[in-house]
Design a protein. Structure first.
Length: 422
């Protein structure tokens, strides 16, 4: 079964869980490389990107075991038993694999990592990663598609430095934060990413024995440790998955409660939902988003956190295709992230794109069609689009969706949606 089939159904109703954050757990798995011993991660989502990162860690010499429920155990060997080379056939599947570069350099003094792959929605160079690590005493060369790095200090360790990122890259911040945890001395990262997932990584590193302050702000200060310890850590909930289900009532009607939704992690998005006419409430039962009729058009611009995340945009734009009025959606981070719009047009959406902007004229209903997912979030958005379409919508390319969603079909079905595999 390699396609998802969506048919119009009743308004949604029920409570679901977002589960652990993909954009956090992959970095936490990489952080395990910093300390010998058995690490335990709880609230780990059952998604293919976790499987890919597990294979990367195994290639580096670790043992990775999924236990019943949502627990993952990573056993990391001694430094001389680590194989500091991440192979192409694994790294090309997932861009986040580049985050093993910092931990390997910090732990082993050298690393060889294939240039990263992953979703294709624009140029995302790793220059910020490399320039920061160079400031910490690493030297790099690129040979046959691999980045090869080595710590040049006589001790074989990275050295703390004052880093100013030219852009608050989430992944670069994570990589440099992990490298700094085992570097000699103090590292200051200015213009750091402020995402909740960065704070989650900082919390784990602090438990391991590093001293990190400023998480959640644009200035991180890290006191490197001589050695770090294996720990147990619980992954924060996935705010992007929560956003997916929070937008579903705008397309299908009804009410959805996300039991583990964290409003403080998605304040700007929730403000936009209210502007669209959706009801947004939070209590002990979770975060609830409800629709009382057709949504309203709004203007949206993606920005680094705490702004509207680029990962939210496919769901927002899709919801706006059936909203009342004209909306302007601006993408300020990745130039290629409107590639799914052609698929929405196949479903009758009135969307015109020019450069970094899209003009969306809402219509009453979309029309079911065969569409193909170009990446993780756009794939989920196309499934949501089927909830607001007359007739059958068939979504292919579901291997993208499985990279970031733990049973999207089952979860939507539990809310009453007519969604199935074919």
């Amino acid at each position: 079964m390699d396609r998802i089939v969506v048919n119009p159904g009743p308004p949604l109703s029920g409570t679901i869980a977002a589960g652990g954050a993909k954009n956090s757990v992959l970095k936490l798995m990489a952080a395990c490389l910093l300390a010998e011993g058995e690490h335990t991660l709880d609230n780990v989502p059952n998604i293919s990107d976790v499987d890919t990162m597990a294979d990367v860690l195994r290639a580096l010499g670790c043992e990775v075991v999924r236990q019943p429920g949502s627990r993952l155990v990573v056993a990391v060997p001694s430094t001389d038993e680590i194989i500091p080379e991440a192979p192409y056939e694994l790294v090309e599947k997932m861009r986040a694999s580049i985050v093993v570069l910092g931990p390997l350099l910090a732990r082993c003094g050298r690393a060889k990592v294939s240039m990263p792959g992953g979703d294709d929605f624009g140029s995302r160079p790793i220059d910020i990663h490399l320039s920061g690590l160079e400031r910490m005493g690493a030297s790099f060369g690129t040979h046959h598609g691999y980045v090869e790095g080595e710590a040049t200090d006589a001790t074989g360790r990275l050295v703390g430095a004052h880093l100013v990122l030219e852009y608050p890259s989430h992944t670069a911040t994570d990589n440099l934060l992990m490298a700094a945890a085992l570097a000699k001395g103090t590292t200051v990262i200015e213009n750091a990413a402020r995402e909740p997932e960065v704070a989650d990584l900082a919390a784990m590193l602090t438990t391991m024995g590093a001293h990190v302050t400023g998480a959640g702000t644009s200035r991180l200060v890290v006191e490197g440790a001589e050695r770090l310890d294996a720990v147990t850590h619980r992954v924060i909930p996935d705010r992007v998955v929560a956003a997916t289900y929070a937008l579903a009532p705008a397309l299908a009607g009804g009410s959805v409660t996300i039991a583990d939704g964290r409003p403080e992690h998605m304040e700007m998005l929730l403000s936009k939902l209210r502007d669209m006419g959706l009801s947004v409430t939070f209590d002990a039962g979770g975060l609830t988003v409800a629709s009382s009729g057709r949504s309203l058009g709004v203007d949206v611009a993606t920005l680094p956190y705490p702004g509207v995340a680029t990962d939210y945009k496919p769901f927002l734009l899709t919801a706006l295709t059936v909203a009342d009025g004209v909306s302007i959606v601006s993408e300020n981070l990745f130039e290629g992230r409107f590639r799914y719009v052609d698929e929405l047009r196949r479903m009758g959406a009135d969307v015109r794109t020019e450069g970094h902007h899209a003009v969306v004229r809402g219509i009453d209903r979309l029309s079911g069609a065969q569409v193909k997912a170009p990446d993780i979030r756009a794939g989920a958005a196309l499934v949501l689009a089927g909830l607001a379409a007359d007739g059958e919508t068939v979504v292919s390319g579901v291997e993208h969706i499985e990279r970031g969603y733990d049973d999207l079909v089952g979860t939507l079905s539990s809310l009453g949606a007519e969604v199935s595999w074919r």
